[in-house]
Design a protein. Structure first.
Length: 182
């Protein structure tokens, strides 16, 4: 499997049997012509997909009415046995029932830091609740400084992320990945 960052919140995930395009609130299986922009469970070309509703702002009691912002989708999908999760423009910590619906995650795609809906503190909490094996930054502010701000050191841009099997992913630590886009 190969993951390419296409800019902002857009990725292309190339598997052996399918190519998946995922962006804020949308997932498509390119070699089938099918795409989804609403919550639900789907399967296309042996790619299981779960799309869950989330919000661009926190829904906490301390905030004013209507502060939950716009709806976004959390999209969990599996390509070549690798479990990926794209958090869209998430702006809140996830309740435990949503974390349970997401399930196990190998690759977490998340936007966080300055100028995003998730500040560093919330991003760390979201990452810790999901417990992914790898974290891939996305968004206009995806850079090594953003990773350093959440405690990840030595992160450098790479052109693509290539994973041949789950055994390529670490069991005992979390890997932080910064992809460059063309």
């Amino acid at each position: 499997m190969e993951i390419l960052w296409k800019g902002n919140l857009s990725f292309e995930v190339k598997g052996k049997k399918a190519v998946v395009a995922v962006d804020n609130g949308e997932i498509g299986v390119l070699d089938s012509g099918k795409s989804f922009t609403w919550p639900g469970e789907y399967e296309v070309k042996e790619v299981p997909i779960i799309a869950l509703s989330a919000w661009t702002k926190s829904k906490s009691k301390e905030e004013t009415e209507g502060a939950k912002g716009e709806e976004t989708l959390i999209i969990h999908f599996i390509v070549d046995g690798i479990r990926c999760c794209h958090l869209g423009k998430l702006g809140h910590v996830l309740p435990s029932d949503v974390v349970n619906k997401i399930g196990d995650v190998d690759i977490l795609m998340i936007e966080f830091g300055a100028g995003t809906n998730l500040d560093n503190k919330k991003a760390i909490e979201v990452i810790e609740s999901i417990e992914p094996r790898s974290v891939v930054a996305m968004g206009k502010n995806a850079n090594a400084i953003a990773f350093k701000d959440i405690g990840a050191e030595g992160v450098f841009p790479q052109d693509k992320l290539v994973i041949k099997s789950q055994s390529d992913l670490p069991d005992d630590k979390r890997v932080y990945v910064l992809l460059s886009n063309d």
